[in-house]
Design a protein around this ligand. Structure first.
Ligand code: SF4
Length: 301
């Protein structure tokens, strides 16, 4: 079983950099400009997290599930895919082994794999995969707006209605659904994808669907052109703010409850730390040519 590595198709380290943004990095900047800087400008490594790694494994299982003939897409067959997905991830990213470095008797790994299996089983309470034939899974999408900003990311799944050709964009989350009042923030990533697909194919996706395996809930939204134009304006404003921060070298810490999951607290002034000097190359162009969708936080997972 192969695991998608964190490199976008067409990434060429020697190629000229184009201003680009993925939903994850856009969310970073909206959450905390300093977090964006650490991840995207400094590119400081982060230790693997249990939640994000489980997210990667579960996503891989759900992708592989749809390679099976429809009649074989059962909870039993799906949970059998968890261990091979973990083994493939270990091979692709050996650093994830650190999660279980102190697990002498192997019990922590067994429990963690069981928690991934439970999420996969819950998926079957939300959708019937024997009745679905996605047109795409883990689809890399990219478009360049008139402003020159490139948008890109990975869509977990794309369904197309046979009769109408309507598109449904689906994203899996291994966490819980957002509390009331926070749904729109969660849906931002989906509007981002919908905008890219609209620009690519000239058709607004009919439905955006988030599947929360942690709480067994679905969040759905029907976008329209006005929504997606508003998303484009929001992204333009966000990119302008990133460019201003880059020019000024001013990356403010913005503490929130998400700091609990931040790998960089020791370097953060909000926690008594001191950020390292900015790398020289940042003066040339802020850039988001990091992987489009590494699952680096509970928000991504
Ligand atoms: S600890 Fe909080 S405030 Fe500091 S960089 Fe991380 S997310 Fe931002």
């Amino acid at each position: 079983m192969a695991i998608r590595t964190h490199t976008a198709p067409g990434d060429d380290p020697g190629a000229e950099r184009v201003p680009s943004l993925s939903p994850s990095r856009a969310a970073d900047f909206m959450t905390c400009p300093l977090l964006y800087r650490f991840r995207t400008i400094d590119r400081l490594p982060e230790p693997p997290s249990s939640d994000a790694t489980r997210g990667t494994v579960v996503h891989s299982v759900l992708e592989r599930l749809y390679e099976l003939p429809s009649g074989e897409r059962t909870p039993g067959r799906a949970t059998e895919l968890v261990r091979p997905a973990w083994d493939a991830l270990l091979e692709a990213e050996p650093a994830v082994a650190d999660l279980f470095a102190d697990d002498e008797d192997g019990s922590a790994l067994v429990a963690w794999l069981a928690s991934a299996e439970a999420l996969v089983e819950r998926y079957f309470t939300l959708e019937d995969p024997t009745r679905l034939e996605p047109v795409e899974r883990e689809l890399y999408v990219e478009t360049t707006l008139d402003s020159g900003l490139r948008l890109r990311g990975y869509v977990d799944r794309l369904d197309r209605a046979e009769s109408t050709g309507d598109l449904r964009v689906v994203d899996y989350k291994t966490g819980k659904a957002p509390r009331a009042g926070f749904e729109q923030r969660a849906m931002f990533q989906m509007r981002f994808y919908a905008l890219v697909l609209w620009r690519l194919h000239g058709r607004v996706p009919r439905l955006l669907q988030l599947i929360y395996l942690g709480s067994g809930e679905l969040l759905r939204y029907e976008p329209d052109e006005a929504d997606l134009r508003a998303t484009e304006r929001k992204l333009a404003a966000l990119w302008a703010a990133i460019e201003r921060a880059t020019e000024a070298g001013d990356w403010r810490a913005s503490p929130s409850r998400l700091c609990d999951w931040c790998s960089y607290q020791a370097l953060c002034p909000a926690y008594g730390g001191t950020p390292p000097p900015l790398p020289d190359r940042v003066a040339a162009s802020p850039d988001d040519d990091e992987a489009p969708s590494p699952r680096t936080s509970p928000v991504d997972a």
